[in-house]
Design a protein around this ligand. Structure first.
Ligand code: HEC
Ligand code: HEC
Ligand code: HEC
Length: 90
């Protein structure tokens, strides 16, 4: 019984790892933005700082969210890019 639960847990864990790509590229007309999801997961540890409603697509994600949440956190922590050209690469 314990073995079955462990196996199921392992499958769920592996499936979760496959769902999110290590890096996500957000297209933007002023230069695409590369986002290292894996590195952010490892640095921040808590999914909820970005995924309030659980893992997966973020409702209302777009320019406003990015400039408020991505840039906002970098400014607050004094780590990570806050200048346009540091995120938007042509
Ligand atoms: C620094 C912010 C941040 C953190 C922390 C974070 N994510 Fe994400 N995650 C994102 C963004 C941004 C997207 C893309 C959202 C979109 O396109 O709507 C995303 C997308 C995803 C997706 C969907 C991928 C797809 O292709 O549809 C999954 C699944 C996911 N994250 C899981 C997690 C889990 C699990 C954790 C915690 C271990 C986590 N995320 C931590 C920002 C974050
Ligand atoms: C922390 C990273 C970051 C910084 C800094 C940043 N942006 Fe963005 N910006 C993004 C992301 C991510 C998106 C795309 C969101 C999406 O997928 O819709 C975006 C989207 C945009 C868009 C919309 C593009 C389109 O095709 O719709 C414009 C315009 C824009 N940014 C201009 C700026 C300007 C000007 C600055 C500097 C004042 C800036 N950004 C700084 C991350 C950033
Ligand atoms: C809750 C805080 C937080 C949020 C939200 C966040 N970041 Fe970051 N980001 C960081 C920190 C902290 C670093 C510095 C990590 C380091 O130097 O190891 C960083 C580093 C980066 C870097 C530098 C290079 C790299 O890949 O490490 C880029 C680019 C970046 N973030 C883009 C984004 C984008 C785009 C978003 C939104 C989709 C975002 N970040 C959201 C905290 C955050």
């Amino acid at each position: 019984m314990g073995k079955v639960i462990a196996a199921v847990a392992l499958i769920m864990f592996s499936a979760g790892a496959v769902l999110a790509a290590d890096t996500i590229t957000f297209p933007a007309k002023n230069g695409e933005v590369g986002f290292n999801h894996k590195k952010h997961q490892e640095t921040l540890k808590d999914c909820k700082v970005c995924h309030e409603k659980g893992a997966g697509k973020i409702e209302g994600f777009g320019k406003e969210w990015a400039h408020k949440s991505c840039k906002g956190c970098h400014a607050d922590k004094g780590a990570g890019p806050t200048k346009c050209s540091e995120c938007h690469k042509k």
